[in-house]
Ligand binder design. Structure first.
Ligand code: NAD
Ligand code: TYD
Length: 331
């Protein structure tokens, strides 16, 4: 297949591109704005993949990336961090809203055979017991999840109104190589390796449904190949874990001193638990292959080995962000 992968220089996008090029022999073009979260280095081992640097909300950039045509567009491009959306929602509204709109328009103009929107379990809001199905109501809590929910509704409207062959994949929390260290797992790994405090929000008993990034990529591949247009597919991880247990396991795996764990002020509007029912994508033949215990070990090992990848990040924009986000919270 010839694929346009938007946001392919980010965490999940770059892992997906690697999977498609190596295992499926797809021809891939990446369109990415290279925000703080997008990095050329994430695609350094894939020199055959052209990277068009541009904004998904810019019609001309999208047309340039599509060139003579593509079979499918897979959209990962987004502002993705909940804490940043609480502090500064602006870019979330433009990229996740206006950006998705421009991609849908381009998909119509170029008559692509498939449009796959990458979405999140966070659009369903929080669930104390049980799991969300694709029929569950959309009740997002944060500016991030609200902007993603708005995008999902727009995608579905393009299917219903214009017959665009659009599909949605809603993944649970991903982790693995190349994740920007603002998210829980890489943040805790790098802080633990440095002996820095591990800032646990609130009581640390919030639960996330962890999905290894390659399993998500395989799930998206199943939806791309076998999904029904107009449908939503949940892609949930095999294991759930309270944050504090994740942090304690990272302490063990890195050999850090447990006294660096520090409870800090909670995130406003913090969702207590996410959990996805994934029967619908299982019926397409997908199954998660990596259990949390194994995936976490692999991830810690990757960050140990890839100092060359994270060292430039820790010394750049990230340092200012970290100070703003944690400076006053940490003792
Ligand atoms: P990320 O922040 O690592 O990467 C986002 C990428 O999008 C970056 O490369 C960035 O440069 C690019 N981008 C941002 N704004 C852009 C714009 N206007 N135009 C072009 N490119 C732009 O994010 P991620 O964790 O890889 O998430 C990818 C997608 O998966 C997102 O849509 C996110 O909502 C969704 N998702 C993430 C998770 C998770 O746990 N990380 C879980 C489920 C779904
Ligand atoms: P995060 O990685 O931001 O993903 P999301 O909010 O999209 O689920 O956070 C995962 C969980 O970890 C969430 O409950 C918030 C919590 N968390 C902390 O306790 N401390 C931190 O420093 C961060 C970044 C997250």
């Amino acid at each position: 297949m010839r694929l346009l992968v938007c946001g392919g220089a980010g965490f999940i996008g770059s892992n997906f591109v690697r999977l498609r090029v190596r295992d499926h022999g797809d021809e891939v073009v990446v369109l990415d704005k290279l925000t703080y979260a997008g990095r050329r280095e994430n695609l350094a081992d894939l020199p055959e993949v052209p990277l068009v640097v541009g904004d998904i909300a810019d019609r001309e950039a999208v047309d340039e990336a599509i060139g003579d045509g593509v079979d499918a567009i897979v959209n990962f491009a987004a502002e993705t961090h909940v804490d940043r959306s609480i502090a500064e929602p602006d870019a979330f509204i433009t990229t996740n809203g206006q950006g998705t709109y421009q991609l849908l328009e381009a998909a119509r103009r170029h008559e692509v055979e498939r449009y796959v929107q990458i979405s999140t379990d966070e659009v369903y809001g929080s669930i104390e017991v049980g799991s969300f199905t694709e029929e569950s109501p959309i009740v997002p809590s944060s500016p991030y999840s609200a902007s993603k929910a708005g995008a999902d509704l727009l995608v579905l409207s393009y299917f219903h109104t214009y017959g665009l062959p659009a599909l949605i994949c809603r993944g649970s929390n991903n982790y693995g190589p190349y994740q920007y260290p603002e998210k829980l797992i890489p943040l805790m790994i790098l802080n633990a390796l440095h002996g820095d405090p591990l800032p646990v929000y609130g009581d640390g008993m919030q639960v996330r449904n962890w999905l290894y990034v390659e399993d998500f990529g395989r799930g998206i591949g199943h939806v791309l190949a076998h999904g029904t247009p107009g449908e939503v597919y949940n892609v949930g991880g095999p294991d759930e874990c309270p944050n504090i247990e994740v942090v304690k396991r990272i302490v063990e795996l890195t050999g850090a001193d447990p006294s660096i764990i520090e409870y800090v002020a909670d995130r406003p509007g913090h969702d207590r638990r996410y959990s996805l029912a994934s029967e619908k994508i299982r019926a397409l033949g997908w199954e998660a292959q990596v259990r949390f215990e194994e995936g976490l070990e692999r991830t810690v090992q990757w960050y140990r080995e890839r100092r060359d990848w994270w060292e430039p990040i820790r010394s750049g924009e990230y340092r200012e962000y970290y100070e703003r986000q944690y400076g006053r919270r940490l003792s």
